[in-house]
Ligand binder design. Structure first.
Ligand SMILES: [Zn+2]
Ligand SMILES: [Zn+2]
Length: 328
């Protein structure tokens, strides 16, 4: 069984684990300092975190001392508009994003643009959060990424009906958009406000090195998967003849059967689902020890992508991959 090399925390290509939606005491209802959060991130085995205070960049400068070669801190902001929240990833230090508008003002694009000009990414946040102004009323395709899994202040099994709805909506958009080259990769973030919430879930991204530019490039390309915790590990590829593609990459199927192959660790008695544009195309239970290689053969003519969901035995989510793409 081939597993990804563990994050080496050096300047080399690898899979890096990070939490892209984190609040410190600078945010309403949050209580941790940068030093506390970075200590927690290191203890959890995270390689990067993104600072996303509500509507302010005032605390950006406080993070420099808490970061280090082993832990990258990416600067960002959570933008709480009147009709939904979005997260900016990769801002310049002190760069603030306007938040005082709603969907009927029709100005979202104007405020997304400076983030992209700074090399950053715009994320649709917790699209179905069940409180006033928390539900996202902008279309997913206005953004670069969709936070389909949000910890919503819950430190224990952060999966719920709101995430289920976001995942279903994202999956529908993926099926409709992949063949046009128009889809938004998924990410998962804790939205941590309090101690003990960081990292559940988080996103694992393939990057050329542990730097802001490289991590954002991996996220933008969808070379990433979403993990409930660092106890969950997986690798996924699709193979056609002598060609293969990993998560976020494309394989050309020339008429031969295509094999989707998942190696997974850390989900005892879980359930693996392979999803295509036809829905759940293949399911397989995992053994009690939680590790397995799961393979499924299909025709490249049947779907433009395959992606994976792995659930625990109670139905809550352990991992979600972005798609591996298939084309003739
Ligand atoms: Zn929010
Ligand atoms: Zn938040």
């Amino acid at each position: 069984m081939t597993m990804p090399v563990p994050s080496t925390r050096v300047a080399s290509r690898g899979w890096y684990r990070g939490d892209c939606h984190v609040h410190s005491a600078q945010s309403h209802a949050a209580d941790q300092t940068p030093a506390q959060l970075t200590a927690e991130a290191r203890a959890l085995g995270l390689d990067f975190i993104t600072v996303t205070e509500h509507n302010t960049a005032a605390a950006h400068g406080r993070w420099a001392a808490a970061a280090g070669n082993d832990l990258l801190v990416i600067l960002g902001q959570e933008v709480t508009t009147r009709t939904g929240h979005w997260v900016a990833l990769g801002l310049a230090r002190g760069q603030e994003v306007e938040w005082r508008y709603g969907v009927r003002d029709d100005v979202l694009d104007r405020h997304l643009a400076p983030v992209r000009e700074a090399g950053g990414l715009c994320v649709a946040a917790h699209p179905h959060a069940p409180y006033p102004t928390g539900v996202l009323m902008y279309p997913f395709d206005a953004f670069d990424l969709v936070e389909v899994w949000n910890g919503l202040w819950r430190s224990d099994r952060p999966w719920n009906a709101d995430n289920e709805a976001a995942l279903a909506e994202w999956g529908r958009g993926l099926a409709a958009g992949v063949h046009r080259g128009r889809w938004q990769p998924a990410i998962g973030s804790s939205d941590a406000h309090l101690a003990g919430q960081l990292g559940r879930p988080h996103t694992v991204v393939l990057a050329d090195e542990l730097s802001t530019v490289a991590v954002l490039a991996g996220l933008r390309a969808g070379r990433s998967w979403l993990a409930d915790s660092a106890a969950v590990e997986l690798s996924f590829e699709v193979v056609a003849g002598d060609r293969s593609a990993g998560i976020g990459d494309r394989v050309h199927a020339l008429g031969e059967p295509v094999v989707a192959r998942l190696d997974v660790l850390g989900v005892p008695s879980g359930l693996v689902g392979f999803h295509t544009e036809q829905g759940v195309a293949h399911q397989q239970p995992l053994p009690a020890h939680g590790s397995e290689t799961v393979e499924w053969r299909f025709s490249g003519a049947d779907t433009g992508f395959v992606r994976v969901q792995v659930r625990y035995s109670d139905g809550s989510m352990a991992a979600i991959t972005n798609p591996a793409l298939v084309s003739p």
